[in-house]
Design a protein around this ligand. Sequence first.
Ligand SMILES: N[C@@H](CCOP(=O)(O)O)C(=O)O
Length: 371
Amino acid sequence: MTLFKCPRCGATSSSDWVCKCGFPMEIVPEKLIWSVDEREPSIWRYKSLLPHAERIVSLGEGLTDLRRVDGVLVKDETRNPTGSYVDRGSSVMVSSSNMAIGELEFLRDVTISLASYLIASGKEVRVIVNPEEVDVSELLYLSQLKIPISFSVRETRASYENPFMIEGFKTIAYELYEFKGKFDGVVIPSESGILAYGIIKGFRELEEMGLMEMPRIYLVHYSGIGGEFIEFLKSLGARTMSLDTKDTMESFIKLAKMGIYVKPISAMAYSAASRLGSEYVALLTGSSMRRWRVGSFAPLTELQRRILEVMRDGKEMTAYQIWRLVEGATLQGVYKALLKLSRMGLISSERKLYKRRMKRVYRLRTSANRL
Ligand SMILES: N[C@@H](CCOP(=O)(O)O)C(=O)O
């Protein structure tokens, strides 16, 4: 039986993926003995350290290139089957979690990855797209993938912040240990911090097995990131770092010229690693969906920041209630900012019966830690 444990408060459960305290749970490994099946060209080479899988669903994720690009060590996660590190987590989730979800909320690269693995496992998948928030090029991309789409404004279960994804992400640490052994640190692009947490979990397990010491961990982030989960990662020793846009864009173009198409935040990781030293590894993330918004790279506006601040306690609110709290903005401005924050994945919204009328209510996502 899988045992879940909250990394913050220590509560355990045999079924909950999210702790009552709001943190994503992690899986407690049954035994920690380093073992690698060297013939297996995927994350499943570490099968004995991953959750039990009835049937492994793999598209060959993991074993991504580790090499130097202009002197900087990079781990190129764009080389995963759907172009994203998320494939590592999707493979574990679909193989090990008995997930019954056939409907996925559209979370861009996360959904593309998870849907690809669910389809490979023979499950029927439908992606629920909110017609008020999706943009047409994303819609076209989804339809080209021939993934059935339904339009609805309702929310479905979050598919990213969960213990199985974390197990998949920890294999990045295992690969760094297996193929590099010694290095000073890793620079990880971070938004919610889930990817970084998975990697840190992998290093902690390697440490517990007596194989290596925890390397230095740098989380690179868009300016303004913070909040509970990132603070928790800092309490585990992670440091945060943010570079300016110009620097990041120069790296973005440099990498693209070399055929490495990364998300802007990963270009920042590349710049940061080049400053930290030649034995720092920059983790490069990308996605098969090459349409990365510069908007989600730009720092939050003052109004967006104030809105996140008033939503901080996690309560649901209508746009009108939020507008009453933020002061000095127009209602239309608040609507625009809410749409932007939804697109950035920082808040969620759904239509609900509210005081006898159907209204859209907004809530801060648990991982929206950019305050
Ligand atoms: N989603 C980011 C990487 C990290 O995301 P996080 O929310 O897990 O911190 C990317 O694709 O670059």
